[in-house]
Design a protein around this ligand. Structure first.
Ligand SMILES: *Cc1c(COP(=O)(O)O)cnc(C)c1O
Length: 372
């Protein structure tokens, strides 16, 4: 049998080691080191934004985004139910209320047609989350935001290097956020970024990242912040990763297209769409959705693949079905059928940047054997 094929393995084959050695040799390892500024500048420039504020991960980037827009008690934020908990957690921790919409069953992204009916007097922002490498259809949402004077928070963690009608994802939010976890297209081990064009918002984010030290007098505080500072060591890896982003995106598209070609004959599964009017998929992950009535759920399929030395991960479990939120009295009796189906019948297969074409073919053959 072949060796275990992990669901993701990052590729650190560029200047990562050289830049890390530079950190050691110069002694610059903290957030004060020069790679931090360079990474913030390079990353924000790549995404056509004025300001980049690096942080320790993508989850706290969302916490800062919500706080910097003064979202709090009494406010509502519209967001997809099919996403990672970090999105809803940021809103709930701020004392505001997440208001959910279902996902589209073909693109797996938030159903933009459901947003309008969720807008109320209390709505303050729409949190857009691009899912699995394909962007949300942003134009209808941007229009609604303009009409109703709402902020856009754009979570672009899964679309680093993707575009929407040829403009970079991450360039659309009043605040846009990213993660550099090892399965993201740019990784720093752990890490995150906040982008904005507004100098006041940028300043607020910077302050909140750094304990809200007062500029005029250190150790004096008007507000509470956090220590979410990014280190020079992380930034050194980030600078090297960003240099390779175009190549990484091309490779991700190759991986995705190879799977699409290999798997297109299987009738019992739904696989990602190659493209829409506004973007070509970059296949951040390669999802497989079991079709109705053929299989009970994804768990059995994932176990079978594990026995065949193939790693998988389940899809997100939707926010309206999270016990932690039910305990808070949120989302009780709410139902979003597409997301519920996705959670039970979806999983993703190995597609990290280090995967080889042979491994893709082994995974594909195994799926064909299993589902045909
Ligand atoms: C990965 C991810 C995050 C969280 O990032 P961390 O760096 O793991 O905290 C947030 N949102 C989305 C959509 C993600 O995919």
């Amino acid at each position: 049998m072949h060796d275990f094929i992990p669901v993701n393995e990052p590729l650190l084959s560029g200047n990562e080691k050289r830049y890390l050695e530079e950190c050691i040799e110069t002694g610059w390892i903290s957030s004060e080191g020069p790679f931090v500024k360079q990474f913030e500048n390079d990353f924000s420039a790549r995404m056509n934004r004025s300001f980049g504020i690096s942080v320790v991960n993508g989850s706290v980037a969302l916490d800062i985004a919500v706080a910097a827009l003064d979202i709090g008690p009494g406010d509502e934020v519209i967001m997809p139910t099919f996403t990672i908990i970090s999105c809803a957690a940021a809103i709930v921790r701020a004392g505001a209320k997440p208001v959910l919409v279902d996902c589209d069953i073909n693109t797996w992204n938030m159903d933009v047609n459901q947003v309008q009916q969720k807008i109320s007097d209390r709505t303050k922002a729409i949190m857009v989350v691009h899912i699995y490498g394909l962007p949300v259809d942003l134009n209808p949402i941007l229009e609604l935001a303009k009409k109703h004077n709402l902020y856009i928070i754009e979570d672009a963690a899964e679309v680093i290097g993707q575009t929407y009608y040829d403009k970079p994802c991450g360039s659309f939010g009043d605040i846009s956020t990213f993660s550099f976890y090892p399965n993201k297209h740019v990784t720093t081990g752990e890490g995150g970024m906040i982008l904005t064009d507004d100098p006041e918002i940028a300043e607020k984010c910077r302050a909140k990242r750094n304990l809200c030290f007062k500029r005029e007098q250190r150790f004096l505080h008007d507000e509470l912040g956090w220590n979410y500072r990014f280190s020079n060591i992380q930034a050194a890896i980030g600078v090297a990763q960003l240099e390779k982003l175009d190549g990484s995106i091309s490779r991700k598209r190759e991986i995705g297209k190879r799977y699409l070609k290999n798997l297109k004959g299987i009738n019992n599964i739904q696989i990602p769409v190659l493209e829409t009017d506004y973007a070509e998929n970059i296949f951040w992950v390669f999802g497989v959705l079991l079709k109705d009535d053929k299989f009970e759920d994804a768990k059995a399929a994932m176990q079978t693949l594990k026995n065949k030395n193939i790693g998988t991960r389940p899809f997100f479990w939707p926010m309206h079905e999270q016990p932690v939120f039910h305990k808070m009295g949120l989302f009780q009796n709410e139902s979003y059928p597409n997301s519920e189906k996705m959670a039970r019948q979806g999983f993703y297969i190995p597609s990290g940047l280090a995967i080889t074409n042979d491994q893709i073919d082994i995974v594909s053959d195994t799926l064909i054997e299993l589902f045909s």
